[in-house]
Write a protein that binds this ligand. Structure first.
Ligand SMILES: Cc1ncc(COP(=O)(O)O)c(C=O)c1O
Ligand SMILES: N[C@@H](CCOP(=O)(O)O)C(=O)O
Length: 468
């Protein structure tokens, strides 16, 4: 399998190449040159497989001959062996129609673990064959950071520098990152928003002074391997609900458009997905883009669902590229327009192709709290704020046939956002024992101004140069 850049100017790479490269050299994002597909019979035959086996089967076409099938299965078994639920991503029924897909049973209690536990192993797998060193530079609005740090802390040949927006992640999220005191882990709290942090990370991939000295790699959903691993749970959930004979809809709390793009990929591979509902908080660039064609970033407003406080949605570029006919030159022009004006319009082709699968909804603070209360009072389920936004969108979705089940992706454990959950429901969810003494541990992080040169210099002083 080869991968091409959405901006059409970077060299195509194999799976190992894209996993280690992160952002393409033309500033674009890598996507497979074609979508692998499964027939209905092949999908039906996947029903009942243990999660690790299902994962290896679905990911093998993307991995190609970079990893042998039996080795890939060993890696997925190791990655998902660290989850606290035997099903890895269990489904929970709320009422006749609504379901939750719990994605928070990994080590850091959010859906990011599903991909990052595997990505840590993939880095090690590929680095074991080369004498090289990776400098991971990432941006987080709270959850990617801890999941990535957990996946690579203490690993040889890897340093991780994680940027989070100072004061804009929950206490649990911050401590899950800053209490990991391994020598290869560096946490930076920047003055600014997640969007500022993400822009700096992308800039670093195109900074010749940095890329010539360090092997810069990505753990954000810039990295194709992240999305590939997230495709699997759409299959797992739909198979349990009767796919491929029955169509299923998914409601996905969305910020950087990675998780829901993985659903789009599942649909391209043949999974009968009726609809993907893109659920946003009041930072609603995606809701506006999908409902009106206006992709324009306002300022980010902090909310009780901080991981979705995003106004520049990195993976939307992948959808615009694929849905708009895979014209790299046109995407390059469109993204340049967005980068300079912070606004652009979707083309008619992009709007029509997106509308065939996606709808969207936005939840404000009151709607989010109401969804949390409904789940608690009517279904005895305590939801985190992000999941509650997804559930709100699932419940207001229009035009779905009555027999289509709607699965909301439960992206984080409620205890990561205890204050917001308690405000809405009166219940304070306890932290699972696996994160135990989080509030007694020592923290270490550095606060830096949201200025690219300062941050690049700080990283350059501490990172290990690549081996040549
Ligand atoms: C808990 C939670 N829910 C939802 C999202 C949004 O996911 P995505 O950025 O893939 O759209 C995030 C951040 O990525 C998150 O951490
Ligand atoms: N919500 C994310 C933001 C980063 O998104 P990613 O999926 O591109 O890593 C977070 O929690 O950090």
């Amino acid at each position: 399998m080869k991968y091409v850049s959405t901006r059409g100017q970077a060299p195509s790479l194999d799976f190992e190449g894209v996993t280690l490269a992160g952002l393409a050299s033309d500033g674009g994002l890598y996507v497979p040159e074609r979508w692998p597909t499964f027939t209905k019979a092949e999908i039906a035959a996947m029903a009942g497989l243990p999660y690790a086996e299902l994962a290896a089967k679905i990911m093998q076409p993307f991995v190609g001959d970079c990893i042998a099938p039996e080795r890939l299965l060993e890696l997925t078994r190791e990655a998902y062996g660290r989850f606290s639920h035997a099903a890895v991503t269990p489904l929970v029924q709320l009422d006749e129609r609504q379901w939750l897909l719990e994605l928070f049973h990994g080590p850091t209690l959010a859906f990011k673990d599903v991909a990052l536990q595997l990505l840590g192993l993939l880095f090690e797998e590929f680095l074991s064959k080369r004498d090289d060193h990776l400098t991971i530079v990432g941006a987080t609005s709270g959850d990617t950071g801890s999941a990535a740090i957990d996946a690579v802390a203490g690993r040889a040949k890897v340093d991780i520098f994680m940027l989070h927006p100072h004061g804009r992640v929950s206490d649990v999220q911050r401590r899950q990152m800053t209490t990991v005191l391994a020598p290869n882990v560096h946490n930076i709290a920047i003055d600014g928003s997640f969007d500022d942090a993400q822009a700096m990370v992308k800039r670093m991939f195109n900074d010749g002074a940095m890329t010539s000295r360090f092997g810069i790699a990505a753990v954000n959903s810039i990295n194709w391997a992240r999305l590939m691993a997230q495709v699997v749970y759409y299959f797992a959930a739909a198979l349990q609900l009767g796919a491929p004979e029955r169509r299923v809809a998914f409601s996905v709390p969305t910020g950087n458009f990675g998780d829901v793009f993985a659903g789009y990929v599942a649909a391209q591979m043949g999974l009968p997905i009726e609809r993907l509902i893109v659920a946003t908080n009041i930072n609603d660039i995606l809701h506006r883009a999908l409902s009106t064609g206006d992709y324009s970033a306002g300022t980010v407003t902090p909310t009780a669902a901080p991981s979705m406080d995003i106004q520049v949605s990195s993976n939307f570029e992948r959808l615009l590229y694929d849905a708009g006919g895979r014209d790299g030159a046109a995407i390059l022009a469109q993204m340049k327009q967005f980068e300079s004006a912070k606004a652009m319009q979707l083309t008619n082709a992009q709007r029509e192709a997106s509308a065939a699968l996606f709808t969207s909804a936005r939840a404000d603070a009151a709607e989010m709290a109401k969804a949390m209360r409904w789940a608690y009072e009517s279904c005895a389920e305590v939801l985190d704020p992000h999941t509650a936004i997804g559930l709100h969108a699932a419940r207001v979705a229009e035009g779905l046939a009555a027999d289509v089940p709607v699965v909301t992706l439960a992206t984080a454990h409620p205890a990561k956002f205890g204050d917001a959950v308690e405000r809405a429901t009166g219940v304070r969810p306890g932290l699972p024992s696996r994160v135990g003494d989080l509030f007694e541990r020592e923290e270490a992080y550095t606060r830096l101004p949201g200025d690219y040169d300062t941050i690049a210099a700080w990283i350059a002083e501490r990172a290990t140069p690549r081996v040549r």
